[in-house]
Design a protein around this ligand. Structure first.
Ligand code: MG
Length: 386
């Protein structure tokens, strides 16, 4: 029997790397659902190549085009959120949840309920609803395999180890385009400058999140949920070469690290083939060519996202507020309304103001709680003035 596969966020950077992993061995799988929000042309190409049973476009205005081009393919086409939610309820063997941001959270939760394996690239699912997600996985016996490169590294290092032997983890960060910039220079950082990531090629939003280190702060919370760690057990180090993707420190003084070239096909292939390692057409690192690897502590005065995340690290229920504020901050930076460094102030202020709102004080127990807390946090974040 062929394994049934869903890929949500097909046309994004992770979605495309996922297709790259399947390319060449397409016929060994049954593709069930593909989805995209706006990129209808790429979705059409992917549907023609991989022939999924269903394809969903988020933005209704592109539906006519999708229908026109794919009408005689037999693919069942739909648009909008409700149909996407239905697709995430299909029983499959493996789902890639790669829709970025809060809009991917509900889809991740549904995949956790209906897929045998959840390959999770949507880190917000853990940040915003970590407890809920893990309990759904447990209840449904779903294997959650992280696809974020750092978390895949940790997951790989922990394979065959006893959880109680783990002492702490070291998350590596490239440092992004502003690694060597002064704080003063960062004050006038432009959108264009924030979009120049030195090592990874990713979508715009996550690239800016990498420049501000909000991405790393989300990853820190992601790691706490996934590996059941306290805030004090997770450290972040800058590693400009992005060769070591993270490290696990054990109680006997040993540290294991996972090394590879920065290419998401590695973590995706691992989550697809787990626990086996199958052949992926990817170069191994040549350590003699790399020569030296550097590591140093991040400057938290420059990258305050790493400082303010401590509040969330001490109370994981705040993750959903932190993320909502971060997404609004990003929107307001992209639109030119606030400066690069204003983003972290906005998130800090939203966390402070939301603590005064009773409805936000409760931990989300289900999807509707989650949507409400997210929405209320966004209202606060939008109103903060600069
Ligand atoms: Mg990452």
């Amino acid at each position: 029997m062929k394994r049934k596969i869903n890929i949500f966020g097909t046309t994004g950077s992770i979605g495309q790397s996922t297709l790259e992993v399947f390319r060449g061995n397409r016929d060994a799988y049954d593709f069930i659902a593909f989805s995209a929000y706006d990129n209808v042309d790429q979705l059409i190409n992917d549907c023609i190549e991989f022939k999924p049973q269903y394809a969903n476009i988020g933005n209704e205005k592109h539906f006519a085009k999708l229908k026109n081009v794919l009408s005689d393919t037999g693919i069942i086409l739909s648009y909008g959120r409700d149909s996407l939610v239905d697709l995430a309820c299909k029983k499959v063997d493996w789902s890639m949840s790669a829709i970025i941001g809060f809009s991917g959270v509900e889809i991740s939760l549904l995949c956790a309920e209906h897929s045998k394996i959840l390959a999770l690239a949507n880190k917000e699912a853990l940040v915003c609803a970590g407890k809920l997600l893990l309990s759904i996985c447990k209840k449904n016996n779903t294997k959650l395999i992280p696809v974020d490169s750092e978390h895949s590294a940790i997951f790989q290092c922990l394979e065959g180890e006893r959880r109680k032997d783990l002492k702490s983890i070291t998350l590596t960060a490239s440092g992004g385009p502003f690694r060597d910039w002064s704080l003063q220079r960062m004050q006038s950082a432009t959108l264009e400058e924030a979009l120049k990531h030195p090592n990874w090629s990713m979508g715009a939003r996550i690239t800016i999140d990498s420049a501000s280190m909000f991405n790393k702060s989300l990853e820190l919370i992601e790691a706490m949920h996934l590996f059941e760690l306290d805030f004090s057990d997770v450290e972040v180090v800058i590693h400009p070469q992005s060769i070591i993707h993270s490290m696990v420190n054990f109680k006997d003084g040993s540290t294991l690290a996972q090394l590879s070239l920065p290419d998401m096909r590695g973590p995706i292939g691992y989550s697809l083939n787990y626990p086996k390692r199958l052949n992926i057409d990817m170069e191994n690192i040549d350590i003699t060519k790399i020569g030296s690897l550097e590591f140093y502590e991040p400057d938290k005065k420059k990258f305050r996202a790493l400082e303010i995340v401590e509040k969330v690290g001490r109370n994981l229920d705040l993750g959903i507020i932190f993320n909502a504020a971060k997404e609004i901050a990003l929107d307001r930076f992209i639109s030119g309304e606030i400066s690069f460094l204003d983003m972290v102030d906005l998130v800090e202020k939203t966390l402070a103001e939301s603590s005064l709102v009773n409805k936000i004080k409760v931990a989300p127990r289900n999807v509707s709680d989650m949507l409400e807390i997210d929405e209320l946090s966004r209202v606060i974040a939008k109103k903060i003035k600069f």
